[in-house]
Design a protein around this ligand. Structure first.
Ligand code: PGA
Length: 256
């Protein structure tokens, strides 16, 4: 049985006090869910340490939204794995579609970040997903297969098993237009088959796969009910404690 995992991607939202208040509200309620579901909060870099301190002891984990692959040096504006670990991160989102579309992220740089993260002991949540044009052209499966192969290239089976894959169709992110549970599950199968080709069927069945893209308390159950979906990567609805709690509750209820 794969353990459920809900992650909140706060994107470029929340000051330190606002982030601590949100993390605190979730931490104070964590006893209600933490035995049944992994929960990861991914604040902006500036709030990571304060949020990690606030949720320490609750069982909630903290992650970053990106990381650089070099360990240190002249890389103005970048953050290393060691710095993230130092600030209290255990996870890092890699290859989010906003970074691919707006900040030049490629399958190659995703792969470098994956290797650096697992080598440092950070667990990656690696994002894959097709654009609307790619889906309409019938290319969705090929695109996601290529992204998975690119992300995992050169990773040992042991390292690969630590990663979570987030399937996030680009057209569903922040649009209010989520995928259907059925379509998301079909793509989760494509992802598992690709991982099985790279490693083994056992490993592909052990890796956790999230759906992401306009997840809300009201539609989480549809995804959670799918056999190959183990959780969600949540953007907008992770910014309010009540919404995020509703998503966690729907995840737990549907898997019981
Ligand atoms: P959304 O974002 O939930 O606001 O659609 C998801 C994501 O980008 O991870």
């Amino acid at each position: 049985m794969r353990r459920s995992i809900i992650a909140g991607n706060w994107k470029m939202n929340k000051t330190i006090p606002d982030g601590v208040a949100l993390g605190g509200a979730l931490a104070d309620d964590a006893a209600r869910f933490i035995e049944k579901c992994d929960v990861v909060l991914c604040p902006p870099f500036t709030a990571i340490k304060a949020v990690a301190d606030r949720v320490a002891e609750s069982g909630i984990d903290v992650g970053a939204q990106d990381v650089h692959w070099e360990t240190s040096g002249a890389f103005t504006g970048e953050i290393s794995c060691e710095m993230l670990l130092d600030a209290g991160c255990r996870w890092v989102i890699i290859g989010h579609s906003e970074r691919r579309a707006m900040f030049g992220e490629t399958d190659d740089t995703v792969n470098r970040r994956m290797k650096a993260a697992v080598a440092a002991g950070l667990k990656p949540i690696v994002c894959v997903g097709e654009t609307l044009a790619q889906r309409e052209d019938g290319l969705a499966n090929d695109v996601v297969r290529r992204q998975v192969r690119g992300a995992f290239a050169g990773l040992s089976a042991e390292d690969a098993s630590k990663a979570v894959v987030a399937y996030e169709p680009v057209w569903a992110i922040g649009t209010g237009r989520a995928s259907t549970g059925e379509d998301a599950n079909a793509m989760a199968r494509v992802i598992r088959d690709t991982i099985a080709e790279l490693y083994s069927r056992d490993l592909s069945e052990a890796v956790r796969i999230q759906y992401g893209g306009s997840v809300k308390p009201g539609n989480m159950a549809e995804f959670a009910r799918q056999p190959d979906i183990d959780g969600a990567l949540v953007g907008g609805a992770s910014l309010k404690a009540a919404d995020f709690m509703g998503i966690i509750a729907a995840m737990i209820d549907s898997k019981e």
